[in-house]
Write a protein that binds this ligand. Sequence first.
Ligand SMILES: Cc1cc2nc3c(=O)[nH]c(=O)nc-3n(C[C@H](O)[C@H](O)[C@H](O)COP(=O)(O)OP(=O)(O)OC[C@H]3O[C@@H](n4cnc5c(N)ncnc54)[C@H](O)[C@@H]3O)c2cc1C
Length: 394
Amino acid sequence: MHPDELPTRSDVAIIGGGVVGSSVAYFVKQLSPGASVCVIEPDPTYEFASTLRASGGCRVQFSCPENIDMSLFSIQFIRDFSRDMSLPDRPAEVDWVEGGYLFIVPPEHTKSLEANVRLQLARGCEVELLTPAELRKHFPSINVDDLGGGAYTPRDGWCDPNGLLWGFRKKAQSLDVAYIKDRVVGADVTPSHVRSLRLEGGTRLAASHVVNAAGAWAGEIASLLGMDLPISPLRRFEHYFTAGSPIERLPYVKDLARLAFRSEGVGFSGGLVDGDAKRGFNFEVDHDDFERRVWPAVAHRFPPFEAARCHRTWSGLYEQCELDGNPVIGRWNGRLTNLYTVAGFSGHGMMHAPAAGRAIAELITYGKYATIDLTRLGYERVEANAPYREAGIL
Ligand SMILES: Cc1cc2nc3c(=O)[nH]c(=O)nc-3n(C[C@H](O)[C@H](O)[C@H](O)COP(=O)(O)OP(=O)(O)OC[C@H]3O[C@@H](n4cnc5c(N)ncnc54)[C@H](O)[C@@H]3O)c2cc1C
């Protein structure tokens, strides 16, 4: 867009053009085609954005009904993505792989796993509880000595986060959403509204609705607006590795220690989340992380990984919600009533981007949720210091 054409007023201004902000933009145009929408995104290469560093996993295995319902909608949306989001001159490919998810737990946690599975079944998910013997039957290499069981969701899988982001962005642009290459550095607020956003390039952008979709930067954006949002950047490493010995193809495997990995091509992709890692915008790679933390865990669980070799490591940021690991989604009803937050997914923002984007579009268009009721994920729980925790493995 030529600088002279930059809008100075928009019905909806979205801060952050990653997968979440771009999904919001797309769904607002679906529900309110006449609305003017712009997305402020400083970096069209997305060098540090979490979206491009994600491993693409999509699963229904959660314990909060809101998360399960968001997954059910989002996974179907991702399955149909190519059909619904392609443009005449640009196919929207997300390379969906229905590889399944496997959660495994020690004996003392089987009861809570069973409770989660009951809830998932009741909400329409395909999920199978597996005893240790059944785990061995499905996955012959697995060591079940210290396991009480597992839950397997064969219809879960993974996709290409880059394809998802660009599919949303290109489709939104085809619907006249303006992407402004600039950075939000301030705001003009009244006691009850955000009037305008100040951009680094000097523009003052007036907006009727403002959406904070800045991922790991959402806490900083909130501070500019006078809101205390407990979302911080949490560094997480992802490794690409090969087994070294023959092993069957694996689903996305997760355990209570937060080991998370899956098959990728001829190898595997994954890591071990360190929830205690120092918060901050740190992208430095610890090249010993695989050897020190991940390898012992994967080799213990699947002995063919004894001879595993790590080929590549990269780092990225979780936008960690320090209150409870669940996202903050909704309007700031207590003060700036035209400010919406959609951030803090703490490791599952890519998979929930379609449902969360649609939810914010509903709030903007109808003033309330029309499909999935996400009230319990609102900012009110932060104000009340009342965590709403996810008991599924994060
Ligand atoms: C290693 C790793 C693996 C992951 N694996 C998965 C997975 O398997 N499944 C899953 O669902 N999720 C996964 N995630 C989490 C997922 O990546 C995030 O939840 C998701 O990408 C968040 O999307 P977003 O659009 O909110 O954030 P981002 O993609 O980070 O986008 C935020 C944007 O805000 C912009 N911004 C920053 N400051 C400003 C400003 N001042 N003004 C305007 N814009 C600004 C940034 O440039 C950025 O592009 C993983 C994350 C990591 C790091």
